[in-house]
Design a binder for this molecule. Structure first.
Ligand code: ATP
Length: 302
């Protein structure tokens, strides 16, 4: 069963009597162990969609089910989700990590004892144990972000909503948050991730959904999407430069040769070219791979 099922969500804002259609028709689903990267340009409707899923905005139309329950009819359903939205504003900056975790644990319905146990486990796991008694405002941005995620997990929810979890973090903190996201998903949770850092989306996601002007343009498994947009061009890099005989034979097959690199636009000629190269040592051979940034731009501009 999917942990999240959102169907045909719609939302129109009204400012000074003028309607602004933020979300026209959005359906999303996420299974256990899955990270869905929810991507779109500024103003595409991501935050509005996430807020509807998080029960913060009532949709005009459509439905949300979290582990089969409707958060708008059964408010207890919201206990099934954790969210880090709009940076790390889910923290009390003058309290310590320990106090934040225990406080939110009790607020989420845990007993004092269980809240304390979970706090201890999460502090250890997120590498925050040493800083547990420092106020949040004195922690690095990376640590604050990790704490924000820990707080969202205090009640062990199956669904986690993460809005820009690596924004403004340095390389090390980014790696650490990425590792945590993978681990959290591997525990059987569903994660909805928004980010404008498409390389991170590509690394972390199992599926990608692209929203533009309030509508989902595509939703597919990330490897399928990359495969689909990847060309059939191969690149061979040799250990040494080619002799003139081989150059003319390979050029006759339609490939381009520069120094020790051969670009093969027609995949059918790959093996004939390999036969010509034999037995020269090959440094590397690769198929041209699309990346999520190229794909995103193509899809948005279509
Ligand atoms: N409270 C609001 N009142 C009126 N219009 C709003 C409100 N919130 C968002 N909008 C408008 O709805 C549209 C979708 O906004 P939304 O914040 O959902 O997009 P987004 O994809 O999250 O963008 P970003 O990547 O910039 O955060 C935009 O045109 C935005 O200006």
């Amino acid at each position: 069963m999917n942990i999240l099922e959102a169907h045909h969500l719609q939302k129109t804002y009204r400012t000074q009597g003028k309607p602004i259609v933020a979300v026209k028709n959005v359906s999303l689903s996420i299974a256990p162990n899955q990270v869905l990267a929810f991507l779109g340009p500024n103003g595409a409707g991501k935050t509005t969609t996430i807020k509807m899923i998080a029960g913060l905005i009532l949709p005009d139309n459509g439905s949300v089910r979290i582990v089969g329950h409707d958060p708008f009819r059964e408010p207890k359903t919201l206990g099934q989700l954790g969210a880090v939205l709009e940076g790390n504003r889910n923290l009390y900056w003058r309290l310590t990590p320990e106090e934040n975790l225990e406080y939110f644990g009790v607020l989420r319905g845990l007993s004092q004892r269980v809240a304390r146990q979970r706090t201890h486990t999460l502090l250890e796991r997120f590498g925050l144990a040493e800083k547990r008694r420092k106020t949040v405002q004195t922690l690095s941005r990376g640590m604050q972000q990790k704490l924000a995620i820990a707080v969202a997990l205090i009640h062990d929810p199956p669904l986690l909503l993460l809005d820009e979890p690596t924004l403004g973090l340095d390389v090390e903190a980014t790696e650490s948050v990425k590792r945590l996201v993978r681990e959290i998903a591997a525990e059987g949770r569903a994660i909805l991730l928004t980010t404008h850092q498409l390389n991170i989306a590509e690394e972390l996601s199992d599926r990608v959904a692209i929203i533009h002007q309030g509508e989902i343009l595509l939703e597919e498994p990330t490897p399928d999407l990359i495969q689909q947009f990847s060309g059939s061009t191969y690149l061979i890099e040799l250990e040494q430069e080619l002799d003139s005989d081989r150059i003319s034979k390979i050029a006759a097959l339609g490939s381009t040769i520069t120094a020790n690199t051969i670009q093969i636009p027609n995949a059918d000629t790959l093996y004939p070219i390999m036969a010509i190269l034999n037995p020269l040592p090959i440094h590397r051979i690769e198929r041209e791979q699309a990346n999520l940034t190229d794909i995103f731009l193509k899809v948005i501009q279509q």
